[in-house]
Ligand binder design. Structure first.
Ligand code: 5GP
Ligand code: MG
Length: 179
């Protein structure tokens, strides 16, 4: 386990260890498995950032479920609400299904808010949010986040699927930028 890492022009220090992550991911999986028993949920994995989190979380889910993958891109529009487009679309129906969105991090909440709008148009029975990380002090929209592993400060982080300019996703731990 490295205490500090350098990625491109930035330095990062260890923030959340691999064992802490594993423990919280397991707890989340247990809570979801218990809450959604009998509902055959669809886990909707939001690429790219959540691919490692999703792989760990979903292997700890103990109830029948499906997995689908979606990629979104957010653009800062001229207005402050932002705009999210479906890059890799969801081809199959989610009508009348319980959907669990699996996301790496919720920062301002804009991406999630837009994604909820897109998904609600497809008439699911219920949508739940499962995010590895949340920056509560930066949330700009009202979101009900059903499951989360860690609340963190507003610092930029990398590792465990999250990147800095496309690098650092393969780090086993989560690192925080140093000033
Ligand atoms: P939001 O729309 O909630 O402001 O931003 C969500 C997206 O911003 C995340 O899915 C992620 O791609 C990116 N993001 C926000 N904070 C961080 C961070 O600290 N590190 C990394 N790597 N990405 C972040
Ligand atoms: Mg993301």
């Amino acid at each position: 386990m490295m205490e500090t890492v350098e990625i491109k022009d930035k330095k990062f220090s260890l923030y959340i260890s691999e064992s802490e992550i594993k423990e919280e991911v397991k707890k989340m999986a247990a809570a979801i498995s218990s809450d959604l028993e009998g509902k055959r949920p669809i886990f909707l994995v939001i690429l790219n950032g959540s691919f490692i989190f999703a792989a760990d979380l979903l292997r700890e889910i103990s109830i029948p479920c499906e997995m689908k993958f979606m990629r979104v891109a957010s653009y800062e529009g001229t207005n402050s609400t932002g705009n999210v487009t479906e890059v890799l679309g969801l081809d199959e129906s989610i009508e009348e299904r319980t959907v669990v969105i699996v996301e790496d991090i919720i920062d301002s909440g804009t991406t999630m808010n837009e994604l909820l709008k897109i998904l609600e148009r497809r008439s699911p029975a219920e949508i739940r949010i499962a995010s590895l990380l949340v920056k509560p002090k930066n949330l700009k929209v009202k979101l009900e986040i059903d499951y989360r592993c860690f609340d963190i400060e507003n610092d930029f982080i990398v590792g465990y699927g999250l990147d800095y300019n496309q690098e650092g996703r393969n780090l086993k731990e989560i690192y925080k930028i140093t000033d």
